[in-house]
Design a protein around this ligand. Sequence first.
Ligand SMILES: Cc1cc2nc3c(=O)[nH]c(=O)nc-3n(C[C@H](O)[C@H](O)[C@H](O)COP(=O)(O)OP(=O)(O)OC[C@H]3O[C@@H](n4cnc5c(N)ncnc54)[C@H](O)[C@@H]3O)c2cc1C
Length: 384
Amino acid sequence: MDDVVDVAVVGAGPAGSAAALRVLQLRPDARVLLFDAAAFPRDKTCGDGIAAHALDLLDGLGVHGVSGLGPPVPRLRLRSPGGRVVDRACARPNRVVPRAVFDAELVGAAVARGARLRRHRVRRLEAGADRVLVDDFAAARVVIGADGANSVVRRLLGAPDPPPSTVAVAVRGYTPATPDPDALVIEFARGPYPAYAWSFPLPGGGANVGYGVFDRRGGGSRTELLAALRALLPGQEPDPATVRGHHLPLSTGPRHQPDGRVLLAGDAAALVNPLTGEGIFDALASGALAGRAALLGPAAGAAHRAAMHRAFRRHHAHAGLLARLLRHPRFLDAAVTAASRHQSVFDAAVDLGLGCGTAPAHALARVALSYATLSRTRGAVRVG
Ligand SMILES: Cc1cc2nc3c(=O)[nH]c(=O)nc-3n(C[C@H](O)[C@H](O)[C@H](O)COP(=O)(O)OP(=O)(O)OC[C@H]3O[C@@H](n4cnc5c(N)ncnc54)[C@H](O)[C@@H]3O)c2cc1C
């Protein structure tokens, strides 16, 4: 037990790999131990959408091969609950890469840089004066909890359970159909809670299809979620053997990062974008920040909390506000109308939904104008 590593990372998904990569980028001789319960390559229930913004972060971490894992998907097509459609090229193309491939590439890069990967499900941490014990057989100066939506580390840190309104639920599967190989397709549902179906074209044909509800109270059973998926994406039936469901801890939930030697990143820190369900960008960004803070020993917790606040505060405030507005379907109709008319509104929405962007005043003004116009039109129809 005298063998104390510098950083132990629990979970080798995007957040954990990014954390290990950043530690070793800053201190190539650091001893980094990466634990994962699964053997890689492993599947992860996901839409497999990799935003251009996430690739930027990987470039910054010195991982450059990922864009070659899936062809560029230039367009995004989105239909609002009221049937408004925006179909535009994104400023930079996104990618779709099955997580079995994407995550294995990242963890491979971390190992190539010097991290030690060990298959083990972590169950217990014990913080001492100068180290943290991991399940009584390993010790680290700092531990990073990057163990996903059901994070054990988060629970051990005493984080409160998120309210159901800040947790999304979703199912995904793989279909042989490829309706549009050049577009990420999103079809919003009509209903009491924001919800959408997606169809993301896979490299080599077929698509990742799924359906998610942005409020656990509206989730329903897997059968109900699949029925909603079928209704919105007819002809894109997923292979039943590939259908899996999971929940997503949204960034509108409570933040929790105590002082000390244990840090949280990615889904374990509840960072999923409440507008889109995108979480890989946030996992990479927070993992990289955790990796930097981890080199500060006992000051790591406070430093990570401050760095996360600086990096995400404005984005979370804007995304949280808009997520509340999205509960009104007419707001989404108006936003889609404005984005279909103005490239600048579309670009701002993409940065907000897939990266760390905010809602600029000019874009909000255009959405407000569309909202007023839609309200007048619908009012007139009702009166007539
Ligand atoms: C249906 C669905 C669709 C989604 N679609 C998209 C999308 O298209 N694009 C996008 O950007 N995001 C999407 N997301 C969100 C995205 O999947 C997550 O935000 C992202 O995977 C978070 O990365 P992470 O590294 O924090 O956690 P994970 O990717 O969950 O990785 C956690 C790792 O920790 C390991 N682990 C767990 N517990 C332990 C333990 N006790 N000990 C050791 N190891 C452990 C797991 O095996 C896993 O490898 C989707 C999510 C869902 C559920």
